[in-house]
Design a protein around this ligand. Structure first.
Ligand SMILES: [Zn+2]
Length: 103
């Protein structure tokens, strides 16, 4: 069954990642690396990537931006908005959380 929306799996892993960060925050400092799950739209992808809590917070501050393992970005579908050795930041098109009005 492959009829789920493009960001459904991303949203699921996003929820998991939110929980991981929530649990990690009291234990770790802002610069410690946290293992998070790739937020790419492939619902069979469970690869992990590392980012700091500060990086995670900055990513979440951008509406419609998700973090994926390098190589999991799909340039024809998503806009790459950032890149490090550990992860790539992508913006999903038509994300419902994004009031993205371009003129
Ligand atoms: Zn992935």
């Amino acid at each position: 069954m492959n009829s789920i929306g493009i960001s459904e799996s991303s949203d699921l892993f996003r929820a998991v990642n939110e929980r991981i960060v929530e649990l990690a925050v009291p234990i770790l400092s802002k610069v410690d690396l946290i293992w998070l799950i790739c937020e790419c739209p492939n619902d069979e992808c469970t690869q992990a990537m590392r980012m700091t809590q500060a990086e995670y917070d900055a990513m979440r501050a951008e509406p419609g931006v998700y973090a994926v393992v390098p190589g999991h970005e799909q340039r024809e579908l998503e806009e790459v908005v950032g890149r490090t050795d550990h992860y790539v930041l992508i913006r999903m098109p038509g994300d419902r959380a994004t009031p993205d009005v371009r003129v």
